[in-house]
Design a protein around this ligand. Structure first.
Ligand code: ZN
Length: 140
């Protein structure tokens, strides 16, 4: 399996965060298969707001990709609490959570951990303290 990122995907992007997102999502889309049923490829939602979400065209399993240069710790920051809870209840369970740790110098995958969606329940979703009024994403 190729672990290096396809650098062409980040051409034209200047922001480090955007480049990292393009590279990690591109790698996941090209390399990842469905861990639920073994299908060889996953689909990616076109909607920009859900671009880190992938799905299996065969069994319908959904995947949420989280990427970082540092190893993931005991908790993983994610989007709005209410949105995740609504998603858990609507889908009857969470997406499979894909935690991709990459090397920022080599621009390659270091490791990938999949947390099965059945492990994502209301009890393990933590509510974050609200951001201050001057935060970039105030109100989240
Ligand atoms: Zn599948």
């Amino acid at each position: 399996m190729r672990l290096d990122f396809d650098l062409a995907l980040a051409e034209g992007y200047r922001s480090g965060a955007q480049r990292a997102r393009r590279l990690t999502e591109g790698w996941f889309a090209a390399a990842m298969y469905c861990v639920a049923c073994g299908a060889e490829t996953l689909g990616q939602h076109a909607n920009n707001a859900r671009a880190n979400d992938f799905f299996c065209r065969v069994c319908g399993a959904s995947f949420e990709l989280k990427s970082g240069r540092k190893p993931f710790g005991a908790t993983v920051p994610d989007g709005a609490y209410g949105t995740m809870i609504e998603r858990l209840e609507r889908q009857g369970g969470g997406p499979h959570l894909a935690l991709l740790h990459y090397c920022g110098d080599r621009l390659a995958v270091r490791d990938l951990l999949i947390v099965p969606g059945s492990f994502l329940t209301r009890d393990v979703i933590l509510r974050r303290p609200p951001l201050g009024p001057h935060a970039r994403r105030a109100g989240w």
